[in-house]
Design a protein. Structure first.
Length: 452
């Protein structure tokens, strides 16, 4: 059975206003879908933390993640053009290429993505990266990889583009709970969602009325007392991502009744949230996108997403001193157009959500700079910061419908979220608005939430 399409006037809720939330909101708004972004704290978003490398090849990833990364990389120029056109701001895209240095040619030739790069010997390495440290004897140049100035430009441009396209924001609003009604058929026994914390057949009344939000934006003043037929989602993403069956948001969430297994997914009815002033309210909704980054499992503990902390710093170098990104082991150097050198990053899975810089982490970066580009050790320091990557067991994202009918996932992008934002946002927006293509199905199938 296909889910009833929500009326066009009811907004899709975006749960989390970081990079993925903004990117999905923008793509939905471009398709004429009403969108409301619920954002707890924009400043904690990894979208403001990342180095902005667009590096499917330099990162040495493989399999379906490499295919997703390559497809997203190809989509980035057009995606950026859309954001820049809507915002009238530059995103700071630099297709400058990335060099990966190695201590031996053997190491270089064994790199998983070596076939996509140009092999460099020491002389060629010195030409690409003037001043590179003496220990590096070989390299791979990936001219197709690049960078985008996410921290200073892309995030701001995306926010402005969303606003220009009519996206509404509730900044300082924390989503506390997803409220559901029971579904209609069966899922695997270990996914009996009726017993999970977010499930509930009763409507939880908050302390405030949803009418506190603009009524034209939030739709009805309360959830429908009727339980809508649940569309299957994660149980059959191939069907979800197949040719469009309707053009309204949420209308393409169900598999072909003839081919799909039955599923008992609870139906999303509302979210409970706490606004910036401390008041709680329940906001009805039929369609939402979970884009909570590293915090996603706090809302849905079934999701295998954990934080991996990363520390960063920046230096002010001479303009043009470093023509390409250098992706070394444990440290990378990302030169912005104005000479700012963004240096990353530690990878601290054991840190959990512990905030702040550590001497050990900062030392790692400083040692990395000295090894990769000794002259940069003398450049003036600018900023130091940290953030949390949303990591999954195979380091690939969780994309598409899942766990709850009406809920879409756009999370778990770990260390490639900037690279993947272009395509992930399109896949989710196309799926929700009923425009998915058979090509989308392959990606969504590869990155189902329950693939592990
Ligand atoms: C140090 C570092 C370096 C990186 N470098 C790169 C790179 O070079 N290239 C690359 O491609 N990627 C990189 N990344 C990865 C990239 O930044 C992330 O994959 C991407 O930002 C994830 O986007 P997101 O929207 O899922 O999460 P975020 O951008 O973190 O946004 C999540 C948002 O959700 C909000 N939120 C969470 N829970 C709730 C709730 N209950 N209610 C309301 N709001 C909520 C949070 O406040 C936050 O603002 C890096 C990440 C880090 C940390």
């Amino acid at each position: 059975m296909t889910a009833a399409a929500p009326p066009l006037s009811e907004p899709v809720l975006i749960l989390g206003g970081g990079l993925m939330g903004l990117a999905v909101a923008h793509q939905l708004a471009r398709r004429g879908v009403a969108v409301l972004v619920l954002s707890r704290r924009r400043s904690e978003a990894a979208g403001f933390v990342a180095a902005g490398m667009l590096a499917p090849h330099a990162e040495g990833i493989g399999g379906a993640l490499l295919a997703l990364g390559q497809a997203s990389l190809a989509r980035i120029p057009a995606w950026v053009a859309e954001i820049e056109a809507d915002s009238d701001l530059s995103c700071g895209l630099r297709p400058c290429g990335i060099v990966v240095p190695f201590t031996t040619a053997t190491e270089r030739d064994a790199y998983p993505t070596a076939a996509w790069g140009t092999a460099l010997d020491r002389a060629a390495l010195e030409r690409e990266i003037p001043g590179i440290g003496p220990r590096w004897r070989a390299g791979l140049l990936f001219e197709q990889d690049g960078q985008i100035d996410n921290r200073r430009r892309l995030m701001r441009a995306l926010e402005r583009a969303c606003v220009q396209r009519g996206v509404r924001f509730e900044e300082g609003s924390e989503v506390l709970e997803l409220i559901t009604a029971p579904g209609v058929a069966a899922v695997a026994p270990d996914q009996d969602l009726a017993h999970q914390p977010f499930a509930g057949s009763a409507y939880t009344q908050g302390k405030d009325s949803p009418s506190g939000l603009a009524p034209e934006s939030v739709g009805a003043a309360g959830p429908s007392p009727t339980v809508r037929p649940a569309a299957t989602g994660a149980a059959a993403p191939m069907a979800v991502a197949g040719p469009a069956t309707g053009s309204s948001p949420g209308s393409n969430q169900g598999p072909d009744p003839g081919t799909a297994p039955p599923a008992r997914l609870p139906q999303l009815e509302a979210v409970r949230l706490r606004r910036a002033d401390g008041r709680e309210l329940v906001l009805p909704c039929q369609t939402a996108v979970l884009a909570g980054g590293a915090w996603s499992a706090q809302l849905l503990p079934q999701l295998p997403v954990v934080p991996v902390k990363g520390q960063m710093l920046s230096l002010q170098g001479p303009i043009g001193a470093l023509p390409r990104v250098v992706f070394g082991p444990g440290t990378y150097l990302v030169p912005r157009e104005d000479g700012l050198l963004v240096v990353g990053a530690t990878s601290e899975a054991e840190a959990g959500f512990a905030e702040g810089l550590t001497p050990c982490g900062q030392r790692q970066l400083e040692q990395g700079i000295a090894a990769l580009l000794p002259a940069a050790s003398g450049w003036p320091p600018m900023e130091r910061w940290w953030g949390f990557r949303p990591c999954t067991p195979d380091e690939g994202p969780l994309l598409g419908p899942g766990l709850i009918s009406g809920l879409w996932l756009a999370t778990g992008h770990h260390r490639n979220g900037v690279l993947l934002a272009a395509l992930s946002a399109e896949l989710v927006a196309r799926g929700i608005s009923g425009e998915a293509s058979p090509g989308d199905a392959e990606h969504l199938e590869a990155f189902r939430w329950d693939r592990f």
